[in-house]
Design a protein around this ligand. Structure first.
Ligand SMILES: O=C(CO)[C@@H](O)[C@H](O)COP(=O)(O)O
Ligand SMILES: [Fe+2]
Length: 222
């Protein structure tokens, strides 16, 4: 599996959002490979976070880092242009509310961003199988989307395994309850993009937390 790269992307959702810039910079300085920005609209999920105006301001302060927006929104099509304008690198959206997935994929690419396809725990992985070849990444949610700090759902690992077996070069991301205690299971199943929120944010040594996640994934990659 050495043809995929290990990437650690902390979620800033549970950080001190009044200090979004310094928190994000601190995570990058602690070894984060990218920033996972959780966008929620209060409709697709029962929570509200921030949108493209905030992401754009953050981008002005942090011009170089890889930004992934995890779009937990009812109408992902609506935010493609504004997020591209905010210089987002990867637009990861949930397929559940979308009628025409290929069209959304095409629009994201035309806007110059990479495409991530996300599924909630109750969505079977075969729902996205026909779109995988045209995506850059698949995100397997390991909690119900909406909140940080929830318990990791181990029973999502068969989805990750299935993807890794069938798509050896695919970037597979896991998100929700992932930290030093659950990373081995994710890595063993074949995940190579790792989102970790509270486990990194609340750790007194964020550098150490990120490096633990990285070594686990690398152990299974080689
Ligand atoms: O998308 C989400 C939640 O919906 C995540 O990105 C979480 O914010 C990750 O936080 P932890 O579960 O790692 O605390
Ligand atoms: Fe997320």
């Amino acid at each position: 599996m050495s043809h995929v790269q290990c990437m650690i992307g902390p979620s800033i959702l549970n950080s001190d959002l009044s200090n979004l810039h310094s928190e994000s910079q601190n995570l990058l300085d602690s070894g984060a490979d990218y920033l996972h920005l959780d966008v929620m609209d209060g409709t697709f999920v029962p929570n509200l976070t921030f949108g493209h105006p905030v992401v754009k301001c953050l981008r002005n302060k942090i011009p170089k880092a890889f930004f992934e927006t995890h779009m937990m929104v009812q109408n992902p099509q609506q935010w493609i242009e504004p997020m591209a304008d905010a210089n987002v690198d990867q637009y990861t959206f949930h397929v559940e509310p979308v009628d025409n997935v290929p069209q959304v994929i095409r629009q994201i690419k035309e806007a110059g961003m990479k495409v991530g396809l996300a599924i909630k725990p109750k969505t079977p992985v075969d729902v996205i199988a026909e779109y995988i070849e045209s995506a850059d990444l698949v995100l397997i949610m390991t909690v119900e989307p909406g909140f940080g700090g929830q318990k990791f759902m181990q029973d999502m690992m068969p989805k990750v395994k299935w993807l890794r077996e069938n798509y050896p070069t695919l970037n597979i991301e896991v998100d929700g309850g992932v930290g030093p205690n659950t990373i081995d299971e994710c890595a063993k199943a074949g995940a190579n993009w790792i989102v970790s929120g509270t486990a990194v944010i609340n750790c007194p040594d964020r550098k150490q937390a990120i490096s633990t996640l990285k070594s686990s994934v690398q152990k299974y990659l080689s």
